[in-house]
Design a protein around this ligand. Structure first.
Ligand SMILES: Cc1cc2nc3c(=O)[nH]c(=O)nc-3n(C[C@H](O)[C@H](O)[C@H](O)COP(=O)(O)OP(=O)(O)OC[C@H]3O[C@@H](n4cnc5c(N)ncnc54)[C@H](O)[C@@H]3O)c2cc1C
Length: 349
């Protein structure tokens, strides 16, 4: 047996959160990443913790809410262990549209909306308030990596995992730099986790408002969402595209998102776009994550978190660690079983 109890492929927010949780239970954990850790979807996300977004599949809602409730504690722990702030903002979210929205969405009158966001022009939309938080995912990722280091999780960059095979009491992990063994292994490779996971591209940009306080709440509107950071930057997103592993940023798409934001917040008309990028969400055929043991004994997967991987990180780490320790997971994972796709085979890449 190797030096590690668990080998995790993929140092995104899912792999690193799981590593921390397993480490808390005393496991010796090695995380391998093909590239620099934390540079996948987890640093490219918006960071909305949109647990009750009507677009979230019904089968995911209870789990999403559970993870949202775990988030304050998750942030506190990562900030304490890393010494870094992750810009966790609890001002809430304003949803523009005509619904129907879940019960926790509170309809706002025009004057209530003006009281919350004086510069926001909802157009013909109704406005609702929902108590959903947001985090800066790029800061969260960096802090989670630092926290892992502080907790003696070993993270090895530049190592591509090619396969994981279970056997008699041990798992063989084949990487481009040799073969390793451990008691268990987990595929946390995000959009690169292999079929049935496939990449779903999202393009976004950051605007820098000329003054602070232009936007305090997350705003979700039909054509775009806007997520303010405490630094004064406002993120505007995002497309959902099925174009394989293409991460090209298209100026006309960025301009379309920018002008949608300006329609809602005319104050942003002359705000410069300071950054634009594209990331790859790990999508699945039914928009539900894959969490559980694969057909290969001792080989697990936690991937396919699509639009909600930041939100779902704490609950995913908790239930996966429970499952891997042989405990009864706090959540019924049936709907997320990797075995639901036939053939029940999950191969990396
Ligand atoms: C534009 C956009 C907006 C989003 N907005 C939100 C949001 O508001 N809220 C939310 O909750 N979620 C959001 N998401 C989704 C969220 O970002 C993802 O669900 C989440 O980051 C997935 O995390 P992960 O750890 O599975 O994948 P990743 O962060 O992509 O990490 C996977 C890692 O695996 C590594 N890897 C790949 N192949 C191998 C291999 N063979 N061997 C070793 N390592 C490998 C990669 O290098 C990478 O570091 C958004 C995503 C995008 C793209």
């Amino acid at each position: 047996m190797g030096l590690h109890d668990v080998i995790i492929a993929g140092a995104g927010i899912i792999g690193v959160s799981l590593a921390l949780e397993l480490r808390d239970g005393g496991a010796r954990v090695l995380v391998l990443d093909e590239h620099e850790p934390g540079r996948g979807a987890s640093s490219a996300a918006a960071g909305m913790l949109a647990a009750t977004d009507p677009e979230t599949p019904a089968a995911l809602r209870a789990f999403a809410l559970q993870s949202a409730r775990m988030f304050p504690e998750f942030v506190k722990r990562i900030e304490a262990d890393s010494g870094l702030s992750v810009d966790f903002r609890r001002q809430g979210t304003i949803v523009l549209g005509s619904g129907p929205f879940p019960e926790n969405h509170q309809l706002l009158s025009r004057s209530e909306l003006a009281g919350l966001e004086p510069d926001l022009d909802p157009g013909t939309h109704q406005a609702f308030f929902v108590a959903e938080d947001a985090v800066d995912p790029s800061l969260l990722m960096q802090a989670a990596l630092r926290a892992s280091e502080a907790n003696a999780v070993e993270i090895r960059p530049g190592t591509k995992v090619l396969g994981m095979r279970g056997g008699a009491g041990q798992v063989e992990v084949t990487a481009d730099k040799g073969t390793l063994s451990s008691a268990q292994a987990v595929n946390c490779c995000g959009a690169w986790a292999g079929a049935p996971v496939k990449p779903r591209k999202g393009q976004m940009l950051y605007l820098r408002a000329e003054r602070t306080g232009v936007l305090e709440h997350v705003v979700r509107a039909p054509e775009a969402y806007m997520v303010p950071r405490s630094s004064g930057k406002i993120l505007v997103g995002a497309t959902v595209e099925d174009v394989g592993f293409n991460t090209q940023v298209e100026p006309e798409v960025i301009e379309r998102l920018r002008s949608a934001a300006v329609r809602y917040l005319p104050q942003l008309a002359s705000a410069p776009a300071i950054e634009s990028w594209a990331g790859l969400r790990p999508g699945t055929p039914d928009d539900l994550p894959l969490m559980g043991e694969t057909e290969s004994k001792g080989v697990f997967i936690a991937s396919g978190h699509f639009r909600n991987g930041i939100l779902l990180a704490p609950a995913t780490a908790r239930v996966m660690a429970q499952l891997m320790r042989g405990e009864e997971p706090a959540t019924d994972l049936m709907a997320f079983s990797p075995q639901r796709f036939a053939p029940a085979r999950v191969q990396i890449g």
